[in-house]
Ligand binder design. Sequence first.
Ligand SMILES: Cc1cc2nc3c(=O)[nH]c(=O)nc-3n(C[C@H](O)[C@H](O)[C@H](O)COP(=O)(O)O)c2cc1C
Length: 145
Amino acid sequence: MKPLFVKMPPYNNEEGRENVLTLVRIALKEGIDAITAANTHPVTDARLAVGRGGLSGQPLLEDTIRIVREIRLEIGRDVAINACGGIFTHLDAIRAIKAGANTVQLFTGLIYEGPSVAKNINLGLAKYMTQRGIHSIQELAKSEA
Ligand SMILES: Cc1cc2nc3c(=O)[nH]c(=O)nc-3n(C[C@H](O)[C@H](O)[C@H](O)COP(=O)(O)O)c2cc1C
């Protein structure tokens, strides 16, 4: 059976955090396999044709790392977290994994770099781990390196 990932919106205040953590708890109770954290950030800007939109890409990374860390603290180790928002490089992926992610997802990186962005992240991760004698993502998550 295909795993079910549920995608959460980002948040940047206590009320948003509580709302998202409530959604996470409900999703877990319903038996989902993984949480994706997070989505585009809502922005309003008169220069946009409809006055609002969703911000993606590098400006999202710090929030992604924070949100992954906070959701991981909430749910323990049993459910996977897929980090999404501002991931462009293997170093971004490593930060997300150390914050508690099991996998990473990206979109905007594809627009800037093309499909090779996935290969480059994988090659970068493999090199980083080989150089440090790290054999798994679980080991990487715990490593001090
Ligand atoms: C043009 C565009 C269309 C998107 N469409 C969707 C969508 O239909 N559903 C969704 O959950 N996220 C959608 N997203 C959000 C991305 O899946 C992703 O969560 C977000 O862009 C943050 O990741 P990134 O910084 O790697 O792009 C879209 C993003 C962009 C830029």
